[in-house]
Design a binder for this molecule. Sequence first.
Ligand code: FES
Length: 189
Amino acid sequence: MSELGTAALSGKASVTGASARPISDDLRKQVAASAAAYRDKPGALLSVLEETQRLDPNRHLSEDALRAIAEAMDEPLSRVYSVATFYSYYSLVPQGQHVIVVCRGTACHTRGSLGLLQETLAMLGAEDFREDEEASFTTADRKFTVRTVACFGQCALAPVVSLDGVILSRLTPSKLKAAIERVARGGKR
Ligand code: FES
């Protein structure tokens, strides 16, 4: 378990492992507003985590954000942390404006996900990407982040890639390249 996990579960005051960037007053207000809006709705915590990450300028959930969410939702920090680390969509470290997550599970691998990853990395100029679940690459202009995941649970649609949280299925390198070029121009995935 990471230090953050250990600290969060034991309820210690300080946690490490998530970005230490403080959130802005505006984002803190947004967290409170989201918590109020989603309270008592199914999946409330997931929605607040998602909205907070989307509104964060660095598209991530910092330690400060996790604490703000726990407080606003009256949830233990340990629960907020476990949900934020369970789903591959959430990131505790800063990301680019657009996030590409390439599935590298068996079904996707056998249907060409390595080619998708290599095409994406080449397109974005990533030279020494070390493939593991913790690895990520962010372009110098902070426009794109590339990560991998073990399985999205969408194996029947393999190979799949998530682009800004939207699952793109049965991809080929050329289809993925076109989708990345579209979002780079400000269009839809
Ligand atoms: S292996 Fe890619 S979705 Fe399951």
